[in-house]
Design a protein around this ligand. Structure first.
Ligand code: MLT
Length: 264
């Protein structure tokens, strides 16, 4: 399928591809884009239907698989003439897409950064919750999804101490097209268990997790790092699930250290 994704393409140097989470857009990486573009070519797309990228309305019913999003990214790299292997940085759903990118486009990868994400697939209960949202989001409106999700995305300390960020994240989710929300929920519900992939990964992998992440917990991410031959975990203080926005200094620092180690 020919999909034209909107993407920020900033800076020069080894390419870094930033893949946002659900139901967000590339602006969740704003701190990392500014910092990493000093030394790298940073490409930060909006996935199909999110931010400024278009989506076909039928996708609300058919769903978009993690493999399809991964193929969209490979197509974007072709369009931007990025021939050099990239470091893919995936946040949460962006991480699920990262596993598929590994399976389908391994030769295009230099390394992986997997941020606040999981390798396991959904439990039946989690699938049920996703299907319910996919079915009803058009009637509910995206603002309802924001109200459900913001308290789970941010650490209690962020909710209390940084209400401006909570408002900003709520606004980003509220502006999301319900078609994109439904399509991604169906795609995530059907995603594979990527746990068996971890032991086969033949590239450096940095895992990053907020210490108060309740969605992809530090224990779960430690197990993923342990199962990955060249994997290691950075735990970020003062952050929940949305660590790139909650503690951008430490998240960006961990990424810079990792990216710097790749060139030596
Ligand atoms: C995300 O942040 O992308 C979501 O929490 C992923 C999910 O719903 O599993």
């Amino acid at each position: 399928m020919n999909v034209q994704l909107h993407a920020v393409d900033q800076g020069a140097g080894p390419p870094v591809l930033l893949v946002h989470g659900f139901p967000m857009d590339h602006t969740m990486w704003r701190f990392q884009i500014e910092a990493l573009a000093q030394n790298y070519r940073v490409i930060a797309p909006d996935l199909r239907g999110f931010g400024q990228s278009p989506i076909e309305s039928i996708a609300a019913k058919t769903g978009i698989s993690m493999a399809d999003y991964a193929d969209d990214l490979a197509q974007l790299l072709d369009r931007l003439a990025v021939g050099e292997p990239v470091t893919l940085v995936g946040f949460s759903m962006g991480g699920y897409i990262g596993w598929q990118f590994c399976k389908r486009h391994r030769q295009r990868l230099r390394a992986l950064v997997q941020c606040d994400t999981k390798a396991a697939g959904d439990t039946p209960q989690a699938q049920e919750t996703r299907f319910k949202m996919a079915e009803h989001v058009e009637g509910w409106g995206a603002a309802h999804v924001a109200a459900l999700m913001v308290p789970k995305l941010l650490a209690p300390s962020t909710l209390q101490g940084n209400p401006k960020l909570a408002e900003e994240v709520g606004g980003m989710i509220s502006r999301t097209d319900p078609v994109a929300i439904a399509a991604a929920q169906r795609g995530m519900a059907h995603r594979d268990d990527s746990t068996p992939l971890l032991a086969t990964l033949d590239l450096p992998v940095l895992y990053i997790v907020g210490q108060d992440d309740q969605i992809s917990t530090p224990d779960e991410m430690q197990s993923m790092a342990d199962a990955t031959p060249q994997g290691r975990l950075a735990t970020v203080a003062k952050a929940g699930h949305l660590s790139p926005l909650e503690n951008p200094t430490d998240v960006t620092g961990a990424m810079q250290e990792f990216l710097g180690s790749l060139s030596t």
